[in-house]
Write a protein that binds this ligand. Structure first.
Ligand code: ZN
Ligand code: ZN
Length: 255
């Protein structure tokens, strides 16, 4: 029997019993997002090969941004399916600050799908950790949630506690770029219980903004002997975007 036919029947039956709605506009749809919302997502098409900074023009022979040419980060490559722009910024904000874990599942699915399409792989997924007091306040680590969904799809092992955050993050609202970089440089440690560290690691995070956090976490892994470090995130900000913490906007969301 044709498996696609069976899947279509199952979807039809499921929708008849329990209709599903677009997570953004509430239109009935069989998918997580309706076709219109899906088509509106801000895909990151042209970006720096090293840090994923959105670029207007990419030099195919040397696809790097100015900063990576002058001051390359400790990670080898960054991959993000989206620019940090509406509605992705709002979706991430709802996931992080309003605990919409179903949104995390959706975003994690997009990240995993993108990784599969990029045909890249590593030995281990390592979520960027939160400082313990922030983890306690938020109740969950959004990067660990994303790593869980990427692991579910790719089967790449997730080392959830390999990295520890030993210093709190910088104040996103008041610190400038240089201050933030200084504040996060010594923020990470390898958990002492790990005696064997995989050679190729993907750091998982929700958004790469200045890259300071990713640089610091990657620096810690590099000092521990990791040979290849990628950063896999949902979204990458442009030069002027995402400098302030997003307040969750009024986004309709089905329970
Ligand atoms: Zn929609
Ligand atoms: Zn770059």
């Amino acid at each position: 029997m044709n498996i696609n036919k069976v899947n279509n029947w199952l979807k039809t039956i499921q929708n008849a019993i329990c209709p599903t709605y677009c997570a953004l506009c509430d239109k009935p749809t069989e998918e997580a997002l309706c076709e219109i919302c899906e088509a509106d997502l801000p895909h990151l098409d042209q970006a720096c090969k090293r840090c994923a900074l959105p670029l207007a023009d990419v030099d195919i022979a040397n696809p790097l941004c100015g900063e990576c040419l002058v001051d390359p980060p400790a990670f080898d490559e960054a991959i993000a399916p989206f620019r940090y722009a509406p509605p992705i910024d709002e979706m991430i904000s709802h996931f992080k600050y309003q605990h919409h874990l179903s949104m995390g599942r959706l975003l994690g699915g997009y990240l995993a799908q993108h990784i599969v399409e990029c045909a890249t792989t590593v030995d281990a997924l390592v979520p960027v950790p939160l400082y313990p007091s922030r983890l306690k306040h938020r109740g969950f680590n959004q990067a660990a949630e994303l790593a869980y969904w990427v692991n579910r799809r790719t089967r790449i092992p997730a080392y959830m506690d390999l990295l520890l955050r030993v210093q709190p993050g910088p104040d996103q609202r008041s610190a400038n770029r240089k201050q933030r970089q200084r504040q996060v440089r010594q923020a990470f440690r390898i958990k002492p219980a790990y005696t064997h560290i995989p050679e190729r690691i993907a750091l998982i995070d929700d958004v790469v903004t200045t890259g300071a956090t990713a640089r610091a976490a990657a620096g810690c892994l590099r000092r521990a002997g990791v040979k290849y470090i990628a950063v896999w995130a949902i979204a990458r900000t442009g030069k002027q975007e995402g400098r302030t913490r997003q307040k969750p906007p009024a986004l309709d969301h089905h329970p």
